[in-house]
Design a protein around this ligand. Structure first.
Ligand SMILES: [Zn+2]
Length: 278
């Protein structure tokens, strides 16, 4: 059994502030260690459930997506690191039995620790088939395109509803209770990691109940920016239409094409930012 673990940092146990997920500083060093240990807990759970190969894709933008402390990683796992890759599910294919999402966060506008959708600066809302979607749902679309189910999502308590919305079969793991965007009541990291380990093993023991995400065809997605200038730039992408002043729309039968168009749209839209305050 091959298991793919993708990580982010905003939903790691103990993390409540940008200082813990961005360089420089002592808090970032500690944040990287907490990130690594939450990932290790999922690796142990996967191995306990009988995984023969475990890949950890260390995510979170910034610091070149090198946010796992390599030498602290569980030695049984492979680590995918660095930022010239198409997604945080790089290399996922149908040979994997499951995707585990560790350390994720609510979409922009849904109260939770460090809520955002891909970039806090540029993106107001992304919708797929008319439903607002965050990063966990976008990962689910890519995994689903390969026929692989998301089986577990860890993060704060507010992420549970978003997890149920997209993956009613998956196990949500709560490692902290959000008080505000930059505050939470946190479980001790050791206790949070014990939950992640046990629940990962439990989720992988119930693969017969898990389903790859399928939103039907054709897939229609909308990317709503915070500023009109973002949409001016992103509407130039081939295969993309302007839906309204701040929104572009794309349509495809292929979930991976949709997610790639969204990612490219955000990158292109962000090029307007330098001039956005004129
Ligand atoms: Zn992140």
């Amino acid at each position: 059994m091959k298991v793919y673990i993708s990580t982010d940092m905003e939903g790691i146990s103990g993390v409540v502030d940008r200082a813990q997920i961005s360089p420089p500083g002592l808090d970032f060093k500690r944040g990287r260690l907490l990130h690594t240990e939450d990932a290790n807990a999922a690796v142990r759970g996967a191995l306990a459930a009988g995984a023969t190969e475990v890949v950890v894709s260390g995510g979170h933008g910034g610091n070149g997506m090198r946010n796992i402390v390599d030498e602290q990683m569980h030695p049984a796992a492979w680590l995918i690191t660095g930022d010239t890759r198409e997604s945080t599910l790089q290399g996922l294919d149908a040979s994997y039995a499951a995707v585990v999402l560790i350390g994720y966060h609510t979409r922009h506008g849904l109260s939770g620790v460090l809520d955002h959708t891909i970039t806090a600066r540029d993106v107001q809302e992304i919708r797929v088939q008319g439903r607002p979607i965050g990063e966990i749902g976008l990962h689910g679309l890519v995994a689903g395109a390969h026929g692989v189910a998301v089986v577990l999502v860890s993060g704060d308590d507010r992420l549970v509803a978003e997890t149920r919305d997209w993956f009613p079969w998956a196990v949500p793991v709560v490692v902290k209770y959000a008080i505000g965007r930059h505050a939470a009541r946190c479980m001790h990291p050791k206790r949070a990691q014990q939950s992640i380990e046990e629940d990962t093993a439990r989720a992988l023991g119930a693969l017969d109940k898990m389903k790859p995400l399928d939103v039907g065809k054709p897939i229609v997605a909308e990317l709503e920016f915070k500023r009109t200038a973002h949409a001016d730039e992103a509407a130039c992408l081939p295969g993309v239409a302007r839906a309204n002043d701040t929104t572009i729309r794309m349509r495809s039968d292929d979930p991976i094409t949709i997610v790639n168009l969204i990612r490219m749209g955000i990158k292109l839209g962000a090029t307007a930012q330098a001039d956005a305050m004129r």
